[in-house]
Design a protein around this ligand. Structure first.
Ligand code: IMP
Length: 451
């Protein structure tokens, strides 16, 4: 075997000898990079689309023709007829929320029969949402020097659900919805603990009624029953049969519980690293890792954001980019592109190619700033500081690029883009160490250049 044949083979084959046929789409910033659109585009060439982390905190917008869909729990692939849309074991599933989302899609004529939910996914119970809300309110007041300890969560019960999972005994999994004895035992025990804590905190009797919750969850389980499966075997069988699997990351790398800007993160591993535990599929089956990033940064919720903008420019980017939370409607914080952060995310995920989104939003701005390094108390660094306490003190060092004046909504090839926009793309490729394979400049499927 020649050197070049060896190289070609190792690209497609994992050390285990298995083929690297799967694709992953992950967000490289703090979410809302436009992963939904990318997944929708890539779904055309895949057979299964799989969510592996997070829950209804995620909000993926997909535009198909004149229709805009906001998906929270259902994998974006659900919009493609004939694909399996899989909710893996790592997802935190609000059963009533999921049923509501499916009903909404069905009313708009979407065939949702391809949805499969892992029997081992954890259930977000109504008390988790209540706890999320209570905790955030309490933490708003808990910090020192008027500095709140609150995270600014989406209040979808994600953190408390994963905490219950780590606590194990009283955690309800989707499969338990079909096992009356287990469901009843766990919900009664959980309500006992939680009501005692609530009573101690508020002086009023705890609000959780186990009978009511058991009845609601049993009803939801009965409706979900035809969709519930062991998705680990389903995925391995599919890969073994040569099916093409697309993993869809919820949230994004800088919100990853272990690798994001802790503690201002979500409670799951949203980077590619979460695929193994969240689906049971080893990541060596993945050959193509598409990192999705915007040409600027946004963040919802609290936490350090070195390149954050305020004033007119922030307002202009927020309005042009429709930067309001898909899940909560909150205005997103807006800032310049942080390539220190993106380069870190490329490393964490093993990104093989970049998809650049919202390229149209920056049109008309004279000068574009890109953070290429940080100045910290310890000196200049080009390395990311994923601990919030360290990132807090980082000052961005900017590189200035000429902006592009022309609108680019009608571009179809790279040559149609203004020279300055091409310059920005080249700069990003150099700084990230990965090629840009997709440039998106609007929500429609057509507003995309695929190189
Ligand atoms: P949680 O996931 O609701 O616990 O929220 C934790 C943090 O992650 C908050 O700052 C949220 O705003 C943020 N977050 C969670 N999911 C997303 C997302 O899909 N896009 C953007 N921010 C998110």
């Amino acid at each position: 075997m020649t050197q070049s044949t060896l190289k070609a083979v190792s690209k497609q084959t994992a050390p285990s000898g298995r083929q690297r046929t799967a694709t992953a789409v992950v967000g490289l910033q703090w979410g809302d990079e436009g992963k939904g659109k990318l997944v929708d585009l890539l779904a055309a060439t895949h057979d299964l689309v799989v969510r592996y982390n997070g829950g209804a905190n995620a909000g993926h917008s997909v535009v198909v023709g004149a229709e805009r869909y906001a998906l929270h729990l259902a994998p974006s692939g659900i919009l493609y007829p004939g694909k399996l849309a899989v909710i893996g074991n790592g997802v935190a599933v609000d059963p009533e929320g999921l049923l509501g989302e499916l009903e909404g899609l069905q009313k708009r004529g979407v065939d949702t029969s391809g949805l499969v939910v892992s029997s081992r996914a954890h259930v977000v119970m109504p008390y988790h949402k209540h706890e999320d809300e209570m905790r955030e309110v309490a933490l708003e007041r808990a910090g020192v020097d008027a500095r709140s300890l609150a995270i600014g969560t989406t209040k979808r019960g994600i953190g408390p659900c994963y905490a219950e999972k780590a606590g194990r005994a009283t955690a309800v999994r989707i499969g338990d919805l079909l096992r009356p004895k287990e469901l009843s035992e766990k919900v009664r025990a959980a309500c006992g603990f939680k009501n005692a804590v609530m009573e101690a905190l508020t002086g009023a009797p705890g609000p959780f009624d186990p009978d009511e919750l058991i009845a609601r969850m049993t009803a939801a389980g009965a409706r979900l029953a035809p969709m519930i499966q062991d998705t680990t075997y389903l995925l391995h069988d599919a890969l073994g049969a040569g099916k093409r699997v697309l993993f869809e990351g919820g949230n994004a790398t800088l919100l990853d519980l272990d690798h994001g800007t802790f503690p201002y993160v979500t409670s799951s591993n949203c980077s590619l690293l979460g695929i193994g535990p969240g689906t049971g599929v080893p990541t060596d089956r993945i050959g193509r890792v598409v990192g999705v990033m915007k040409t600027y940064s946004t963040r919802v919720g609290h936490g350090p954001f070195p390149t954050e903008l305020s004033g007119d420019l922030a307002h202009r980017i927020r309005e042009r980019g429709r930067e309001y939370g898909t899940t909560t409607g909150r205005p997103r914080r807006v800032g310049w592109l942080d390539m220190v952060a993106v380069r870190y995310s490329v490393m964490i995920n093993g990104v093989t190619e970049l998809a650049l989104t919202m390229t149209d939003v920056l049109a008309g701005i004279d000068e574009l700033r890109i953070c290429a390094a940080y100045r910290t108390a310890g000196g200049r660094t080009e390395r990311y500081l994923p601990d919030a306490a360290e990132l807090e003190g980082a000052e961005p060092e900017y590189q200035v690029l000429p902006g592009y004046q022309d609108e680019i909504a009608a571009a179809r090839t790279m040559d149609d883009l203004p020279r300055e926009a091409r310059g920005l793309i080249e700069f990003i490729e150099q700084a990230a160490g990965a090629p840009v394979s997709v440039v998106s400049f609007g929500p429609d499927r057509e507003q995309t250049i695929i190189r």
